[in-house]
Ligand binder design. Structure first.
Ligand SMILES: [Zn+2]
Length: 489
């Protein structure tokens, strides 16, 4: 995290002249001289930033190599910052190699990447390597708290923690999500809105489901499972949520650490962590197998509910160490029998009680379960898979021109990042297992989802304002304004 920023700092260290009497590069950066300020503003002629994603081929690199021969305009060093360098093709790397072997004087290359494994060893061996770490949750959340206070944004603590978690240690992603949340909530950030935004609403139900399985309450567990499915969550997503919960609970069990910050979910999960560790590890095994089984099952919903039944049964399995103890302790006459779990015949394993309808819902499209057949379904798929940043970018910047299987045409809002499209096509490829072509169109297209939502809200406000009850209110309070509309059921 912070690759490009670090690269710029190094570029400044190489070129800072302070008040004119600094002759050698050093990390004593003044941030004030003309090289420092122009590097900060991104307009220093001798620091060249290149996004490798946009010039993956030899030609793109050749341009750079040719320009390397010219000495710096007025700097100590000409610095090339190549971002996402792993995107370069092999041929491009080879072309670059010669320059790296005998770099001209006064030229430095800085490569930034998140995927060091994709860089050829011949290149790495000619570099100094710096590993940058993710920013930990505490540092990141304190940073966001500070920003909220400076910007006078009101927030619920948990909402900020969720944002930090979703951004997985990336400051830029966290800021972008915070910005998103602040504009959604009109500077009064509510946990519920953030959870919705991140596609995490209803996550609590998964924790409840996990708990019921631990307690071997199979029929209740299956009921909850069905209700989560009804909310449109994919079976594979439920199982991977359970995996996540299982991992956290096991970790808390071992580390014996109660979450410091008030994280709603972690607090609930910490209660599950008091369970026997063997049980939790068993659960993990069952869940990880189920993920694969679901992938190949003709009916994913059935496979998911089988996984739940297995979990409940798994919660009955004795702890192997307890079994060993029983075996090795001197046997008394009536203790020779080892307690093997019995399926309870009364309540919990009575699968017959389950609603039958869940069996047939998806029979007609067994292999394309994840294939979104509309733009909205595609957006939901992103949310379910926690691609909330991408989801937010699309909602705000993408005008849909046309949508069909695997082919999406869009227009981007001006000034938006074209990488959204590459990112989207890669992500969809991963999620659906097939190729997606996403292209830019000249056509105007639909309004962005965010614009549509805004229009809808404005229309609702107007309708409300003109309704019989409210027109009375506005007569009495002419300056009143409808800020938001909440539906209570
Ligand atoms: Zn300086």
């Amino acid at each position: 995290m912070g690759k490009t920023t670090t690269a710029r700092i190094i570029a400044k260290a190489l070129n800072c002249i302070a008040d004119g009497n600094k002759k050698e590069p050093s990390f004593d950066i003044c941030n004030n001289c003309s090289p420092c300020t122009s590097i900060s503003n991104g307009n220093f002629l001798d620091v060249i930033e290149v996004d490798a994603a946009s010039r993956t081929g030899v030609d793109g690199i050749r341009e750079i190599i040719d320009s390397v021969m010219y000495s710096p305009n007025n700097a100590r060093y000409k610095v090339y910052i190549i971002d996402e360098v792993h995107m370069l093709s092999n041929a491009a790397f080879n072309a670059l190699l010669k320059t790296l072997e005998e770099p001209p004087q006064n030229v430095k290359f800085i490569f930034a990447t998140t995927e060091i494994k994709k860089i050829p060893a011949t290149i790495i061996s000619r570099c100094q390597k710096f590993d940058l770490q993710r920013v930990d949750l505490n540092t990141l959340s304190s940073h966001l708290f500070k920003i909220c206070e400076t910007e006078k944004i009101i927030y619920e603590n948990d909402s900020i923690i969720q944002i930090c978690k979703a951004s997985e240690g990336s400051v830029r992603d966290a800021l972008s999500l915070l910005d998103q949340a602040a504009s959604l909530c009109k500077d009064n950030i509510k946990s519920e809105t953030v959870l919705n935004m991140l596609g995490l609403n209803g996550y609590e139900k998964n924790i409840e489901l996990f708990e019921l399985c631990l307690l071997n309450k199979c029929s209740q567990a299956l009921k909850i499972y069905d209700s989560i499915i009804q909310n449109g969550v994919q079976p594979s997503q439920i199982i991977s949520n359970l995996l996540e919960i299982c991992h956290l609970a096991s970790k808390m069990n071992v580390i014996k650490e109660v979450p410091e910050r008030d994280d709603l979910f972690e607090e609930k999960i910490s209660k599950l962590a008091t369970n026997n560790l063997t049980k939790l590890v068993n659960f993990w095994q069952i869940l990880i197998k189920s993920i694969e089984e679901i992938r190949y099952a003709p009916n994913q919903e059935q496979a998911g509910s089988m996984a739940i039944i297995k979990l409940c049964y798994g919660s009955l399995l004795p702890d192997p160490s307890a079994l060993l103890k029983q075996l090795s302790s001197p046997l008394k006459n009536d203790e020779t029998k080892i307690n093997v779990p019995q399926m309870s015949t009364t309540d919990d394993f009575d699968v017959k009680n389950q609603p039958q309808n869940s069996n047939n819902i998806n029979q007609d499209k067994p292999h394309n379960f994840n294939y979104p057949d509309s733009f909205e379904a595609m957006l939901n798929l992103l949310l379910e898979n926690k691609e909330s940043l991408l989801h937010a970018q699309i909602i705000n910047n993408v005008h849909l021109v046309s949508y069909s299987r695997g082919v999406i045409k869009v227009r981007l809002k001006s000034h938006s990042d074209e990488n959204i499209l590459t990112n989207l096509s890669n992500t969809l490829g991963k999620l659906t297992g097939s190729k997606w072509s996403i292209s830019l169109s000249e056509e105007e297209g639909e309004k962005t989802i965010a614009e549509k939502k805004y229009d809808e809200l404005e229309a609702q406000k107007n309708e409300l304002k003109n309704s019989a009850e409210f027109s009375e209110v506005f007569k009495k309070f002419p300056d009143a304004e409808i800020i938001s509309i909440e539906h209570k059921n």
